[in-house]
Design a protein around this ligand. Sequence first.
Ligand code: COA
Length: 258
Amino acid sequence: MSVVLSELSDRILTVTLNRPEKLNALNAEVVEELRRVFHEAKANPEVGGLILTGAGEKAFVAGADISGFPALTPVAARDFARKGQAVLDLLESMGKPSIAAVNGFALGGGCELAMACSMRVASKTARFGQPEVALGLIPGYGGTQRLPRLVGKGRALELILTGDPVSADEALRIGLVNRVVEPAELLPACRAIAAKILGKAPLAVRYALEAVHHGLEMPFDEAEVHEAALFGLCVATDDMKEGVAAFLEKRPAKFSGH
Ligand code: COA
């Protein structure tokens, strides 16, 4: 059985990290499989969006696989971090919405993977944390950058410096997750959000993702120029004409993705 399962249904690719006996820890094989799955998802026009989750009741992903750490050299550790960062960057910048369905522990690389998604929905049983300092390490899959951008510098540093995990409700309070739901509602809730997004104009969704993702890294005025260019590009699409006509004619829009 593969360490990463993927299933396409109604244009939503559900990607399941599948090493439940090791709480879905990220080893080299899992990271490479994720790279392959994300690369194919980006290229496949049948995939409109992704949901990421973990196999089993207990964990989304309990972090990078610690069993490989004793053998790491500094050079290998840098390559390990750069590869993981590249895979998460690919997910974040693929132009398709992604939702982390966090069903349990999201620690270390698991929290970082969830943060690379467009949004996060947590089951009540989920726990989030960046425990690397307890191992003499720091987050290496973008956590030092994405966490402060999501929750602010002070809260990010509290999580990163103490290593303490937080509950799903606390994660909601600090803005690390978008919603908290009962465990049985987790995947249905994520599918409902994904379906809602997939009902909108696909190019507008793509450009909105791009405007937010790239714009946040630009000076404000340049980000506004970038936003305006993408706004203008939307006007060139068939779907903008259809969306506006449907509103004016008081009927549902039928988007073509062009
Ligand atoms: N890497 C490798 N193996 C891991 C792992 C990780 N990050 N997290 C859990 N596992 C393994 C455990 O070693 C154990 O394997 P075993 O049954 O062969 O001994 C199995 O998964 C179950 O974990 P266990 O620790 O027995 O479960 P628990 O309920 O007692 O504790 C956690 C759950 C998440 C609190 C605990 O596993 C933990 O602290 N994991 C490490 C988290 C971490 O530091 N992540 C960041 C890494 S940079």
